[in-house]
Design a protein around this ligand. Structure first.
Ligand code: XMP
Length: 319
């Protein structure tokens, strides 16, 4: 009979044995897996763990503050924040192809990671939040920061002074078990129940070229959608919900003025593992409320549409 407290106790023992007097580095993504892995290793080795949180500028509204708060204030884990928004935006300037965006963001991530690992190190160990579905590949999330480091690491791409030994304490766990372990370790419900979020973040939810203006619009629209979902008690029924900034404008009438504004698409799906997904059946009242708030509260948005395709044929993300 699997119990989170037993798992934590056993892992703390084995992590201590494995790491000994060494030092470990962990890159946080803001997602539940890396957060739980970090909290677990912190329980085992304390300050000999350094957590790195790279803000690539494609995070959702309030996300950075939330991660900082949980780790520094609530758990007391030392956290190094790298504000790299300018670098990442520059790296994908003018890029419209989704795979090219992912490639460049992944590449930039590795560069930032290497710089910080050198500056803060030496570290002998790298903590990763790999979970069982990642191991068997089915739920693997290509392009996730951790997956990127891992791939890079496995192909021997990291320079010799940065060849870490991997610590992956969650390798045998499914998502719901990871969540139970997170609660046991005192992580907040907001982090523990968090929807999956792609490594490249909002950069693949602004369709086409990404600009600061578009990111700001998307961030606000997305926050309103999620706020209404939480208020309606639907957050935990839904696998993922988010707004997408469509790259074609549409006309709006404001008073007697016709304006050319942005179109926001809303996406919400239920799923077991992300491999297949069903679009979520909101009530008309709910959709109307969200649409109304977004067009009223977010400048330059003139139209809101709801995505009613399931996967297959559509993927969960638009890019
Ligand atoms: P799709 O869009 O392929 O998404 O149906 C399946 C799941 O994978 C996530 N996803 C990503 N995660 N880097 C990530 O870390 C990516 O480049 C990426 N693309 C898609 C998506 O959010 C969903 O959970």
């Amino acid at each position: 009979d699997w119990k989170p407290e037993n798992f934590v106790a056993a892992q703390v023992e084995s992590i201590r044995r494995e790491i000994g007097a060494g030092r470990a580095l962990c890159a946080l993504s803001g997602g539940v897996d890396s957060a739980v892995a970090a909290a677990l290793v912190y329980r085992a080795i304390g300050d000999r763990l350094t957590c790195l949180f790279v803000d690539h500028g494609f995070l959702r509204k309030g996300e950075r503050e939330e991660v900082m708060h949980t780790f520094q204030k609530r758990l007391g884990v030392p956290l190094v924040l790298v504000n790299a928004a300018d670098r990442f935006l520059r790296a994908i300037q003018g890029v419209v192809d989704p795979e090219e965006k992912r490639r460049r963001i992944g590449h930039e991530f590795i560069r930032v990671f290497e710089e910080e690992a050198r500056r803060l190190g030496p570290f002998e160990f790298l903590v990763q939040g790999t979970i069982y579905p990642d191991v068997v590949e089915s739920g693997a999330t290509p392009g996730a920061p951790t997956a990127v480091i891992k791939t890079h690491h496995n192909v021997g791409g990291l320079p010799p002074d940065l060849r870490f030994r991997l610590v992956e304490p969650l390798r045998s766990l499914f998502k719901d078990e990871v969540r139970a372990v997170g609660r046991e370790l005192g992580l907040s419900e907001t982090i523990v129940t968090r929807h999956p979020f792609p490594g490249p973040g909002l950069a693949i939810r602004v369709l086409g070229e990404v600009t600061e203006e578009k990111l700001a619009i998307l961030r606000e629209a997305d926050a309103i959608f999620l706020e209404e979902i939480r208020k309606a008690g639907l957050y935990e029924v839904i696998w993922q919900a988010f707004a997408v900034l469509v790259n074609s404008r549409s006309v709006a009438v404001m008073g007697d003025e016709r304006r050319y504004g942005y179109t926001v698409a809303l996406r919400a799906v239920t799923s077991e593992d992300g491999m297949t997904a069903d679009y979520f059946r909101f009530s008309w009242d709910f959709l109307e409320r969200v649409g109304h708030r977004i067009t009223r509260e977010v400048p330059n948005v003139s139209r809101v549409v709801y995505d009613i395709t399931s996967k297959p044929p559509a993927t969960i993300e638009w890019e």
